[in-house]
Design a protein around this ligand. Sequence first.
Ligand SMILES: C[S@@+](CC[C@H](N)C(=O)[O-])C[C@H]1O[C@@H](n2cnc3c(N)ncnc32)[C@H](O)[C@@H]1O
Length: 205
Amino acid sequence: MAPGDTADPRRAFFEQHAAHWDDDAAAQVQVRARLQALRPQLGVQPGREVLEVGCGTGQITDLLVEWVHPGGRVTAVDFAPAMLARARTKGIAAEFREADICSVPPGRRAFDLVLCFQSFPHFRDPAAALRHMAEALKPGGQVVILHLAGTAQVNAFHRQVGAAVAGDLLPAPEEWPARLEEAGFRMVRCMDQPDLFLVEATLVS
Ligand SMILES: C[S@@+](CC[C@H](N)C(=O)[O-])C[C@H]1O[C@@H](n2cnc3c(N)ncnc32)[C@H](O)[C@@H]1O
């Protein structure tokens, strides 16, 4: 699916929600505090080239920019133009780019780290998404998939939201090693607890 193609119903879903995505200021404060506490575990370090996939309105992109300073850069991609339009109004020193991670890699051997924050279950073709992330990484690069809730909580939430995201589920923890391996990664760890899901993997080749 090229940018502009509306075949994935999730794109229209997130387009519709973009205008109100940032409304809950208190929730955003909490999210940012959690992210700050998790920072040592995320691999977002000074000098690194970071790709954020499914960045939405850029709610955490400014933190990533701060953490890669000095010398690093953040490229943040999403396939919903309205989400990106909001992100671009925030004056964040990142490159915001429209890209569908299930269709094309957003670069080749260009990044040290790919971070998917609260976005992975929405990728309609998770195998293709992982493959494209692998292609975007430099040799030895790292992928981190992060949620501030566990698998059961994330999946229950999406079922409750319904509509285009009702079936957007995080795979069970035991499925991750094989899924990652298929895309060329080796899983380093998988944490799944009620308030945190974190998968970290390294590109093998
Ligand atoms: C739940 S939102 C999370 C946004 C942001 N990370 C946050 O926490 O506020 C998921 C995001 O993934 C994006 N997304 C879904 N499928 C995508 C795809 N195939 N390629 C790129 N972005 C996608 C959506 O447009 C949406 O902005």
